[in-house]
Design a protein around this ligand. Sequence first.
Ligand code: CA
Length: 191
Amino acid sequence: MKLLVKSLTIVVLLSALPMLTAAQKDPYGTVDTVFAEIMKIDDYNRSITISCFNDEDVVGIAIPIHMSTGQTKVVADSAIWVGGRVENWDYKAFRPDTAIQCALIAGVANIGPTDNVLAPGRGRLVTVFVSSTDGNKIDEFSIDTTTVAPDNSLMFVVDRYQGTPPDTVKIDFKDRQTIPAWVIRKAESTE
Ligand SMILES: [Ca+2]
Protein backbone atom coordinates (compact mmCIF):
# COMPACT_ATOMS: atom_id res chain seq x y z
CA MET A 1 0.00 0.00 0.00
CA LYS A 2 2.80 2.30 0.88
CA LEU A 3 4.41 1.62 -2.48
CA LEU A 4 1.16 2.30 -4.28
CA VAL A 5 0.74 5.64 -2.54
CA LYS A 6 4.35 6.42 -3.34
CA SER A 7 3.98 5.70 -7.03
CA LEU A 8 0.69 7.59 -7.22
CA THR A 9 2.37 10.58 -5.65
CA ILE A 10 5.12 10.38 -8.22
CA VAL A 11 2.74 10.07 -11.14
CA VAL A 12 0.80 13.08 -9.90
CA LEU A 13 4.01 14.99 -9.36
CA LEU A 14 5.44 14.14 -12.75
CA SER A 15 2.21 14.82 -14.57
CA ALA A 16 1.36 18.05 -12.74
CA LEU A 17 4.65 19.79 -13.17
CA PRO A 18 4.78 20.16 -16.95
CA MET A 19 1.43 21.94 -16.97
CA LEU A 20 3.14 24.82 -15.26
CA THR A 21 5.48 25.32 -18.17
CA ALA A 22 4.98 28.65 -19.83
CA ALA A 23 8.23 29.16 -21.68
CA GLN A 24 11.83 28.05 -21.57
CA LYS A 25 13.42 29.55 -18.53
CA ASP A 26 16.13 29.28 -15.92
CA PRO A 27 16.13 32.31 -13.64
CA TYR A 28 18.65 30.67 -11.32
CA GLY A 29 22.15 31.67 -12.39
CA THR A 30 23.07 30.52 -15.87
CA VAL A 31 21.08 28.10 -17.99
CA ASP A 32 21.54 24.50 -16.86
CA THR A 33 22.42 21.97 -19.53
CA VAL A 34 21.70 18.30 -20.09
CA PHE A 35 24.30 16.46 -22.18
CA ALA A 36 23.60 13.18 -23.93
CA GLU A 37 26.68 11.37 -25.17
CA ILE A 38 26.20 8.46 -27.53
CA MET A 39 28.79 5.73 -27.69
CA LYS A 40 28.97 2.72 -29.98
CA ILE A 41 29.65 -0.44 -27.99
CA ASP A 42 29.42 -2.76 -30.99
CA ASP A 43 27.27 -3.17 -34.11
CA TYR A 44 24.22 -4.10 -32.02
CA ASN A 45 24.61 -1.95 -28.92
CA ARG A 46 24.91 1.69 -27.98
CA SER A 47 25.16 3.53 -24.71
CA ILE A 48 23.81 6.97 -23.91
CA THR A 49 25.47 8.74 -21.03
CA ILE A 50 23.31 11.51 -19.64
CA SER A 51 25.13 14.16 -17.67
CA CYS A 52 24.27 17.68 -16.66
CA PHE A 53 25.49 21.03 -15.50
CA ASN A 54 23.47 22.92 -12.89
CA ASP A 55 24.31 25.97 -10.82
CA GLU A 56 21.50 25.77 -8.27
CA ASP A 57 20.14 22.98 -6.09
CA VAL A 58 17.93 20.68 -8.17
CA VAL A 59 15.45 18.19 -6.65
CA GLY A 60 13.64 16.81 -9.69
CA ILE A 61 14.54 15.83 -13.23
CA ALA A 62 12.62 14.61 -16.26
CA ILE A 63 14.59 13.69 -19.36
CA PRO A 64 12.51 12.02 -22.08
CA ILE A 65 14.47 10.78 -25.08
CA HIS A 66 13.49 9.57 -28.51
CA MET A 67 15.79 7.30 -30.49
CA SER A 68 15.97 7.35 -34.29
CA THR A 69 17.51 4.28 -35.85
CA GLY A 70 16.45 4.04 -39.47
CA GLN A 71 14.95 0.63 -40.19
CA THR A 72 16.36 -1.11 -37.13
CA LYS A 73 14.25 -1.33 -34.00
CA VAL A 74 16.01 -0.88 -30.71
CA VAL A 75 15.15 -1.27 -27.06
CA ALA A 76 16.53 0.84 -24.25
CA ASP A 77 17.02 -2.11 -21.95
CA SER A 78 18.70 -0.79 -18.83
CA ALA A 79 19.77 2.31 -16.97
CA ILE A 80 22.69 2.43 -14.57
CA TRP A 81 22.49 5.11 -11.89
CA VAL A 82 25.37 3.78 -9.78
CA GLY A 83 28.16 6.30 -9.45
CA GLY A 84 25.99 9.06 -10.88
CA ARG A 85 25.11 12.40 -9.30
CA VAL A 86 21.58 11.38 -8.26
CA GLU A 87 22.43 7.88 -7.10
CA ASN A 88 21.14 8.65 -3.58
CA TRP A 89 17.81 10.17 -4.68
CA ASP A 90 14.66 8.54 -3.30
CA TYR A 91 13.09 7.88 -6.67
CA LYS A 92 14.79 7.18 -9.97
CA ALA A 93 12.74 6.02 -12.92
CA PHE A 94 13.67 4.56 -16.25
CA ARG A 95 10.58 3.92 -18.35
CA PRO A 96 11.26 2.72 -21.88
CA ASP A 97 8.46 2.58 -24.43
CA THR A 98 9.80 0.44 -27.23
CA ALA A 99 6.70 0.89 -29.40
CA ILE A 100 7.51 4.55 -29.88
CA GLN A 101 11.31 4.17 -29.43
CA CYS A 102 11.28 6.47 -26.41
CA ALA A 103 12.47 6.31 -22.83
CA LEU A 104 11.70 8.53 -19.89
CA ILE A 105 14.45 9.14 -17.37
CA ALA A 106 13.15 10.81 -14.24
CA GLY A 107 14.10 11.39 -10.65
CA VAL A 108 12.68 12.91 -7.49
CA ALA A 109 15.19 13.75 -4.78
CA ASN A 110 12.89 13.37 -1.78
CA ILE A 111 9.77 11.29 -1.31
CA GLY A 112 10.03 10.90 2.43
CA PRO A 113 11.71 12.99 5.11
CA THR A 114 15.04 13.28 3.33
CA ASP A 115 16.86 16.34 2.15
CA ASN A 116 18.67 15.13 -0.95
CA VAL A 117 19.59 17.71 -3.56
CA LEU A 118 21.63 17.77 -6.71
CA ALA A 119 24.07 20.45 -5.60
CA PRO A 120 25.59 22.77 -8.21
CA GLY A 121 28.09 20.93 -10.35
CA ARG A 122 28.66 18.97 -13.48
CA GLY A 123 28.82 15.27 -14.25
CA ARG A 124 27.09 12.04 -15.08
CA LEU A 125 23.54 11.26 -13.98
CA VAL A 126 22.81 7.94 -15.62
CA THR A 127 23.93 5.66 -18.44
CA VAL A 128 21.31 4.02 -20.66
CA PHE A 129 22.07 0.89 -22.68
CA VAL A 130 20.36 0.32 -25.99
CA SER A 131 20.34 -2.80 -28.14
CA SER A 132 18.93 -3.95 -31.45
CA THR A 133 15.74 -5.99 -31.05
CA ASP A 134 15.48 -7.58 -34.47
CA GLY A 135 18.97 -8.95 -34.96
CA ASN A 136 19.89 -6.21 -37.40
CA LYS A 137 22.96 -4.06 -36.96
CA ILE A 138 22.38 -0.51 -35.81
CA ASP A 139 23.66 1.60 -38.69
CA GLU A 140 22.11 4.92 -37.82
CA PHE A 141 21.56 6.03 -34.29
CA SER A 142 20.56 9.44 -33.09
CA ILE A 143 18.52 10.76 -30.21
CA ASP A 144 16.61 13.85 -29.30
CA THR A 145 14.50 15.00 -26.43
CA THR A 146 10.76 14.65 -26.75
CA THR A 147 7.51 14.70 -24.81
CA VAL A 148 6.13 11.43 -23.49
CA ALA A 149 2.88 10.57 -21.77
CA PRO A 150 1.41 11.85 -19.58
CA ASP A 151 3.10 15.12 -20.60
CA ASN A 152 6.70 14.80 -19.54
CA SER A 153 9.11 17.10 -21.30
CA LEU A 154 12.70 18.00 -20.53
CA MET A 155 12.79 19.83 -17.22
CA PHE A 156 14.44 20.33 -13.86
CA VAL A 157 12.73 21.22 -10.60
CA VAL A 158 14.84 23.44 -8.37
CA ASP A 159 14.86 23.22 -4.58
CA ARG A 160 12.28 25.25 -2.71
CA TYR A 161 15.05 27.22 -1.06
CA GLN A 162 17.69 28.96 -3.14
CA GLY A 163 20.62 31.16 -2.17
CA THR A 164 23.21 31.06 0.55
CA PRO A 165 22.16 31.64 4.17
CA PRO A 166 21.28 34.18 5.49
CA ASP A 167 20.10 35.30 2.06
CA THR A 168 18.08 32.16 1.36
CA VAL A 169 14.89 32.79 -0.58
CA LYS A 170 11.86 30.51 -0.61
CA ILE A 171 10.69 29.87 -4.17
CA ASP A 172 7.01 29.45 -5.06
CA PHE A 173 6.17 26.03 -6.43
CA LYS A 174 5.08 27.53 -9.75
CA ASP A 175 8.50 29.11 -10.24
CA ARG A 176 10.55 26.02 -9.47
CA GLN A 177 10.42 24.37 -12.87
CA THR A 178 13.20 25.16 -15.30
CA ILE A 179 13.98 23.96 -18.79
CA PRO A 180 17.63 23.08 -19.29
CA ALA A 181 19.48 23.34 -22.56
CA TRP A 182 19.91 20.05 -24.43
CA VAL A 183 23.22 19.06 -26.03
CA ILE A 184 23.95 15.82 -27.89
CA ARG A 185 27.49 14.58 -28.33
CA LYS A 186 28.92 11.57 -30.07
CA ALA A 187 31.76 9.89 -28.26
CA GLU A 188 34.84 8.97 -30.23
CA SER A 189 34.47 5.51 -31.67
CA THR A 190 37.06 3.01 -30.59
CA GLU A 191 37.06 1.42 -34.03
CA1 CA B 1 20.76 27.58 -13.49
